[in-house]
Design a protein around this ligand. Sequence first.
Ligand code: URA
Length: 438
Amino acid sequence: MNPAMNVIEIIQCKRDGGTLSAEQIRWVIGRYAADEIPDYQMSALVMAVFKEGLNADELAAWVDAMLHSGDVLDFSHVAAPKIDKHSTGGVGDKVSLPLGPMVAACGVAVPMMSGRGLGHTGGTLDKLETIPGFRTALDPPEFRALLAQTGLVLAGQSETLVPADRRLYALRDATGTVESIPLISSSIMSKKLAEGLDGLVLDVKVGRGAFMKHAEESRTLAETMVGIGRSYGTPVRAVLTDMNQPLGCEVGNACEVAESVEVLRGGGPADLLEVTYRLAEEMLLLGGAAADRAEARSRLERAVSSGAAFGKLVEVVEAQGGDPAVIHDPARLPAAPHHHEVTAARSGYLTRCDALDLGVAAMRLGAGRERKEDAIDPGVGLRILAKVGDAVEAGQPLVRLTWADRTRLEQALPLVERALEIGEERVAPPPLIHGEVS
Ligand code: URA
C-alpha cells in the first residue's frame, strides 16, 4: 500500500464534495481491482461519487484507471474497420443479434462483447446461450482468431478486460448506485476502449425501462460518453432510443433469438427494424463502408435480402460451437410448456405498455435474474401483442406469457396487468428515436 494514500481520506474528500486527484483515483481503483480495498469502503466511495458526481478531470482519471486495470486488446491483425455497438440496457432489446451479422456481412468487423441480463433488463449473452452448444466465454487468442475468420464475434468480456469494472458493477448493483452518469459512462467506455475499436455506436435508452428515465439525462449520458471517446481518439456516435415500452414483440431469451432470426429472414416488427437499421447505418458510416445513410441502408437491406446476413449468423454460431439447426428452424429453441394470455378488460386504445413492469414480469417468470448467481430459464418469456396507440377490443389478448413454474407465473401476472392501460382516446406511440449525439 502507498503510505501517502489513505482510503478513508479519499472517501471523506468525495463525501464532502471535494475533488480527488488523478493519483488518488488511480490508486483507489487499482487497489480495489487487486482486492486490496474491501467492498464496504468502495461502497462508501461509490455512494459519495453517486451523490457528488465527478468533474471532467476526475472522470477522465477514473476512466483511465478502469481501462488500465487489465488488458487492452489489439485487433490490428484484422484489416477491416472494427466497430462495436453497445446499448445501455433495455427490455426486449435484442438489436445486437440481427445487427452484428448485418454489419459484418457489409465488410465491417464487429468484435462484440456483451453482458448478461441483470434486474429487469435482458442480456445478449443469456440470449445467445439458448443456442445449444454456443460458447460465449472465449479467451483473447481465440477471440482474435475468430474475428479474423468470420468478422463477427459475439462473446462475453474476458476475465482480464477491465477487471475493476467487473467488481465495481456488481458492487453498484448491490448498493443502489447504478444510475449515475459518471459511473455508467466510465463503466461502459472503459470496457469499449479496452476493445481497441476504430469506432463505437452507442444506443442510449431513454424511458421507463431504461436507467435514464428522462431525455435530458440520457442526452447528458450520451454527451459524456462521446466526449470520453473523443479524448481517446475513438469516434463515438450515440443514438437516443425509446425504452418506454419493450422493443419488438418478444421479451425473454430463446424467444428473442427467434425474433432476431426473423429480422435476418427479412421480417420482424417495425420498431425493432427501425432501431436495428438506424444503429447499423451508423456503424457502416463510422467504418467508412458507406458514404451516406441512404447507401448504408441499401447495403444493409441487400445483406438481408440476399441471405448474406443470415448466413453470417449461421457461420458465427458454427464457429462458436453452437447448433446451427436452431437458427435454420427456431422452433427447435427451448420453449417452456405453458401459456397464459392477459386480455383487454374493455375496448379502447392501449395508452401504456410499461417496459419496466414488463421487464420485471419477465424476470419473475425466470427470464432474468434478481441476483447475479441466479440461473435463468431460457424458454420462458412474454409476447407483446399490442403496443401504445393500438386499438384493442374487449377480450383481445394483449400479452402472452410462456411459463414453466406456476408460482413464478403468479408473481409475474400482476405486473403484466399493471403494465397495460386502456383509454378511450388514442395516444400517439412514443417516438422511437429521441435524438443523436456525435
Ligand atoms: N452497462 C454497463 O456496462 N455499465 C453500467 O454502469 C450500466 C450499464
